[in-house]
Write a protein that binds this ligand. Structure first.
Ligand code: CTP
Length: 409
């Protein structure tokens, strides 16, 4: 099983549910997971390092300012050692500190310095969880890419009932199991993806072109999210101002025709996400000289249709990606028009966004989308940062591809 031989850095926070950490350590160690722990000052009020050491068979790390351990408690190597950093219970205070980027003890310093996935397991009173401040912090932390397990509904230590109760050690264990399982599977299966993004430019003459407002951000974030999930990803990007991450394989193109060639060169791939706002038309003949404003040139634009990349992929009998995702930018009849595109271009899913609203969609950091599937299922993702929306889309794609592989038709 894929949890075997994984290394988990467990940060135990100051909350009454801290005792559940002991049960989780027992479960993990029994399944051959190596667990190292950081016990925060608050955590020490609820569990002892002696009980943690006896269960984890590892030394417990405590304070960053411990002079005697300065060499040993190297926050960088501790965060590099782990496959994952898990924090439980994550209190409202811990969420606030993490969302403001604090690094004033060993736990927060390790998290800030980490290059691994950070999993937070909140536990707090229902009012504290639902408070605007905590919910704002939640949004910030999700935007950092941190993942959350729970909280769940239930009766709390304070006697109140509601959302805020910490997930049980079994639930956390099963989340970790699925998390590693999927990551291992993606790597083992060598899953590949191409993502198109940005606008295209169709030149009329050497200095003028037809294009659109697309910033390419949503497609870029999806490519990043897929690649973080272990997918071998190439981003085919039209002209944008994005400062691409060096970790991502990017192929820059200008026109729709170049995009098509770049896509064809990458086939076959397991996943294709067409997020680009490809210009629908291009001038039939590109003038080699700058077109003058003579009256005779008023009707100089003679347009023809660009080839449709998404449709080409959908109709490609031999090289159709296993999962094909399209985008649909609409200003009216969002569901109906997008469903038509999904069917006409033979997609598995279409990401529909209403571009009539200025604050979401084109050329902004936020988006608000519907994911429409071939079987008619619709998931609504309310307004959020494009990076967050991207992680949701990427996760959905991976879940789908892994399920399809388990149950081939
Ligand atoms: N698309 C593409 N190649 C094209 C045109 C569109 O790959 N030449 C893809 C887009 O990347 C997107 C989907 O098709 O995934 C839908 O694009 P959209 O612009 O919303 O719709 P169109 O099909 O161009 O139709 P219309 O502009 O009439 O709404």
């Amino acid at each position: 099983m894929s949890l075997q031989n994984k290394k988990i850095l467990l940060i135990i926070g100051g909350g009454v549910s801290a005792y559940k950490a002991l049960d989780l350590i027992r479960l993990l160690v029994k399944n051959n997971v190596e667990v190292k722990t950081i016990l925060t000052k608050g955590g020490k009020e609820f569990v002892t390092s002696l009980s943690i050491t006896s269960l984890s068979n590892n030394k417990v790390f405590e304070d960053i300012f411990d002079v005697n351990n300065e060499k040993e408690i190297d926050h960088i190597s501790l965060s590099r050692w782990a496959d994952i950093v898990l924090t439980l219970p994550t209190t409202a205070n811990m969420m606030a500190r993490l969302s403001s980027g604090k690094a004033d003890d060993l736990a927060t310093t390790v998290i800030l310095a980490s290059n691994k996935d950070i999993l937070l397991v909140p536990a707090m009173n229902v009012r504290m969880w639902l408070h605007k401040a905590t919910q704002n912090n939640l949004k910030t932390l999700l935007n950092f890419g941190y993942k959350f397990i729970g909280p769940v509904n239930g009766e709390m230590a304070c006697g109140e009932y509601g959302e805020g109760k910490m997930s049980s050690p079994r639930q956390i264990f099963s989340y970790l199991h699925d998390f590693f399982n999927n990551k291992d599977l993606v790597k083992k299966k060598n899953i590949s993806a191409l993502v198109t993004t940005g606008p295209t430019r169709e030149y009329i003459d050497p200095v003028r072109y037809i294009s659109n407002e697309s910033s390419g951000k949503q497609g870029y974030e999806i490519a990043l999210a897929l690649s973080k999930l272990g997918v071998k990803t190439t981003l085919i990007a039209g002209p944008t101002s994005i400062n691409f991450s060096k970790d991502l394989n990017v192929k820059k193109i200008t026109s729709a025709a170049e995009m098509m060639i770049a896509v064809q060169k990458l086939l076959p791939v397991d996943i294709a996400v067409c997020a680009a706002a490809v210009a629908d038309f291009k001038p039939k003949n590109r003038s080699t000289q700058k077109i003058k404003k003579d009256k005779k040139n008023y009707n100089v634009l003679n347009l023809e249709k660009n080839e449709d990349v998404l449709e080409y992929l959908g109709k490609n009998n031999k090289l159709r990606p296993k999962i094909l995702v399209g985008f649909s930018a609409e200003t009216e009849n969002l569901i109906e028009n997008s469903t038509n595109k999904l069917n006409n271009k033979y997609c598995d899913m279409i990401i529909a966004n209403d571009v009539s609203k200025k604050k979401t969609g084109f050329n902004v950091d936020y988006n608000k989308i519907l994911i429409i599937e071939k079987n008619g299922k619709i998931e609504n993702l309310p307004k959020n940062k494009k990076s967050f929306i991207a992680t949701k889309i990427a996760k959905k794609i991976i879940d789908k591809i892994l399920i399809n592989d388990k149950n081939p038709n």
